[in-house]
Design a protein around this ligand. Structure first.
Ligand code: ADP
Ligand code: MG
Length: 739
């Protein structure tokens, strides 16, 4: 089956729920589904067809009938996947089927009854039991998130203001694929904590919906668990593997009637099915294998499951069926859908040392805090001993390899030091109080001094306590193999679990072999047979012909069915298209008749396409940076100055002259009484023109400067004023200073 050595197909299992009371009372029509557990086959009977019509048979990786236990499904079909996640693979389990067929029952089940706990609580047990039984050189970090997609909006179910919160955005990174930005993620240290997370999310889901049943059949719920595991590798360094598990309870797959809906309702109806129909399209495109383009971007759900379908993940799909004859069409659709999904090939690989591993960040933060604590300890020790103790600091500073009791030891040392110091200060204070030879003022001063020292000491103690608390909180988030969680199961139970798992493995492989035998039987074996007599050959070939004829009929019927379905979905799409076209025309009509063209153009010019979000957006009227004030900023003139500035002012600034003129264009000209001297003037002009380049060379500056210069320094216009001399002297000095 596999295309290359690392690819594996999506596992598809089918589960049928028992008849419910209402269906039982409906009459003896009975079930339309038969299951062959040994072969993994579902046989579907069409209640409306004549009995001569052949029944439809589908083969899956496993099938579970009405009598199946939650535990069976978990041990056989889910356990291997969770084991892979613990080894650092991505894993996805999703339940697909019509509303009321047992998706939520399969995924969550009845929490209080151990027999009826679904995939999710069993996975919690599995993950934390695994951690408690693993070796102590492994460190784990388990995180959980919970979100739902409702009407094509991603909502965080763990956000306290879930109801009013904005819809979240999807982002893509080369490291972790598609993810949800700003999604709450809770670090969980035990089964109890992760169950709490689940409960909080479920409550948010229930509160957000007026009619829970209605809501749950229209929203997709995704529970995400990330398990990070750090383990020393053969090279002696710690390697981190990250497994991500998606547990998905999809919306009901039944067709929502679209006939006769308009406007908002139409939009809603289109959105309800958008994710599911996009999922269908993605599965078809992947199963087909020929079409290069897979429309992942058509919906939020398919984007989030991009890795799970045809990417880096191991995936199990549980298709749920109802046995009642009323829902024949839906059941058939579900089975076809599931049958198609079997052909999807994934390329799972271990996520080793990804850049965004949180565990690494945690480890580094813990090391940093430990180093800080050790530093404090060293300081206390140094003070206590009253002498240098560099050696001990060097040893203590070597974090990372020391035992876990280090934190406590450090804390004890620090406490001891503080106690001693406090006692000493108190003693000294008492001594000062009791000293009769001291002057009252002197006494007061000394007491004040001691008081201050006590204050410093207390502050330091508080800081140490805070640091220790932070360190402990940080460290407690990491689970150490076989330490933080105690495994309460006894040996007997462990043995039982193992045996159960062995049985599950065996039955799985048995089924696989049976299925292979069946396929071979049909294809090759008879061809190689040799016949002793003609009669025998005729018999054998007639039998084969009959078999093949029946198969042909089945396939013909199948083709007919698929065609019918195709026509039906096409009609539906055409209808939706008609509705949308009508609406579009209506909007165009409004635009053309009621909106002035220049307004329309303004709006059109503001439109931009956001490729990340895949939709058109309005650009804000005011540029983002000046959102707070509608006023535009005054353009700056010379670089680095608040406003246009004259050369004189610059020189004055450089000279450190009267600050009043530093940023102004006002010139302060002193009255010079000496007679005018033309030669010196000429020279100063020359010098000045040379300097102008050295002082500022940028063209904008030059322009601004020349302007002011022409007013104050043109020799002809100011010839009579000798103040030019002093100005040019100023400039010469400034140029020298600048050099
Ligand atoms: P869905 O989530 O697909 O809409 P539910 O999980 O809510 O359906 O199931 C509908 C009802 O059927 C529930 O009352 C549930 O207890 C029951 N049910 C579903 N599957 C089973 C099963 N395998 N065994 C017993 N009861 C089941
Ligand atoms: Mg449900």
């Amino acid at each position: 089956m596999s295309k290359n050595k690392s690819s594996e197909s999506v596992k598809v299992v089918v589960r049928c729920r028992p008849l419910n009371r209402k269906e039982e009372s409906n009459g003896p029509a009975g079930t339309i589904i038969q299951m062959d557990l040994r072969l993994g086959q579902v046989i579907l009977r069409n209640p409306r067809a004549p009995s001569s019509e052949p029944q439809k048979t589908f083969t899956f990786d496993a099938v579970y009938d009405a009598n199946s236990k939650q535990r069976d499904l978990y041990d056989e079909s889910v356990r291997p996947l969770i084991d892979s996640v613990l080894d650092g693979f991505n894993g996805t389990i999703f339940a697909y089927g019509q509303t009321g067929t047992g998706k939520t029952y399969t995924m969550q089940g009845a929490w209080l009854d151990p027999e009826k706990r679904g995939v999710i609580p069993n996975a919690f047990d599995h993950i934390f039991t695994h951690i408690s039984r693993s070796q102590s050189d492994r460190q784990y970090l388990v995180r959980a998130s919970y979100l739902e997609i409702y009407l094509e909006e991603v909502r965080d179910l763990l956000d306290p203001n879930h109801g009013s919160a904005r819809a979240l955005e999807l982002r893509e990174s080369p490291d972790s694929g598609v993810y949800v930005r700003d999604l709450t993620s809770c670090v969980c240290k035990s089964i109890k904590e992760i169950e709490e997370v689940m409960n909080v999310g479920n409550q948010a889901r229930a509160v957000g919906a007026t009619d829970m049943n209605e809501h749950s059949s229209r929203s997709h719920a995704l529970f995400l668990i990330t398990v990070e595991c750090s383990q020393p590798g053969p090279d002696g360094r710690k390697h981190i593997r990250v497994g991500r598990l998606n547990l998905v309870d999809l919306a009901g797959s039944e067709r929502q009637a679209k006939t006769g809906v308009q406007g908002e309702r139409l939009k809603e109806a289109a959105k309800i099915n958008l994710s599911l129909s996009a999922l269908g399209n993605v599965i078809s495109a992947l199963a087909d294998g020929r079409s290069g383009h897979v429309p992942y971007r058509d919906s939020k759900l398919t984007r989030l499951l991009q890795d799970s379908l045809g990417g880096n993940a191991k995936t199990v799909m549980v298709a749920t069926l109802g046995p009642s004859s009323q829902h024949y069409d839906e059941t058939l659709t579900t089975l076809r859908y599931a049958n198609r999904a079997k052909n999807i090939q994934n390329q799972p690989r271990v996520n080793e040392d990804p850049k965004d591993a949180l565990l690494r960040e945690f480890q580094m933060e813990i090391a940093r805090l430990r180093a800080q604590l050790n530093h404090r300890k060293w300081r206390s020790k140094q003070k206590k001993d009253g002498q240098e103790d560099g050696e001990s600091w060097e040893r203590d500073g070597d974090e990372g390899t020391e035992g876990e009791d280090e934190g406590e030891e450090v804390e004890k040392e620090a406490e001891e030091y503080v106690k001693l110091e406090e006692q000493r200060l108190e003693r000294e204070t008492e001594a000062i109080r009791g000293d009769q030879f001291l002057l009252a003022e002197e006494k007061q001063r000394l007491l004040g001094e001691k008081e201050r020292m006590m204050g410093v000491l207390r502050k330091e103690q508080e800081a140490t306590e805070q640091l220790t608390a932070k360190y402990k909180a940080m460290e407690s988030k990491l689970l150490v193999g076989g330490k933080n969680i105690i495994d309460h199961t006894n040996e007997q139970q462990k043995m039982l679990e193992m045996k159960r798992q062995e049985i599950a493995d065996q039955s799985r492989s048995e089924r696989e072999i049976q299925q292979q035998v069946l396929v071979q039987d049909e294809e090759t074996v008879e061809l190689r047979e040799t016949f002793t007599s003609l009669q025998q050959e005729v018999e054998a070939k007639t039998k084969k012909l009959k078999k093949l004829y029946a198969k042909l009929q089945c396939i013909k019927a199948e083709i007919q069915d698929v065609n019918d379905e195709h026509v039906r979905s096409r009609q539906e799409l055409e209808q939706t298209q008609n509705e949308l076209t009508r609406e579009l025309k209506f909007k165009y009509l409004i635009i053309e008749n009621f909106i002035p063209p220049e307004e329309k153009n303004k709006i059109m010019n503001r439109l931009t396409f956001d490729t990340e979000e895949d939709q058109w957006k309005f650009q804000p009227l005011v540029p983002a940076e000046s959102k707070s004030s509608q006023m535009k900023k005054r353009p700056a003139s010379a670089v680095g100055y608040k406003r246009p500035i004259s050369q004189y002012a610059r020189v004055a600034i450089a000279m450190g002259a009267n600050s009043r003129y530093r940023a102004e264009n006002i010139m302060f000209l002193e009255l010079d009484m000496t007679p005018p001297n033309t030669t010196s003037l000429d020279r100063s002009g020359e010098a000045e023109s040379n300097q102008s380049h050295s002082v500022d060379s940028s063209p904008t500056k030059d322009r601004g400067v020349r302007k002011s210069r022409s007013w104050c320094q043109t020799p002809t216009s100011m010839a009579s004023s000798s103040s030019n001399v002093s100005l040019s002297a100023c400039q010469t000095a400034a140029a020298m200073a600048a050099q």
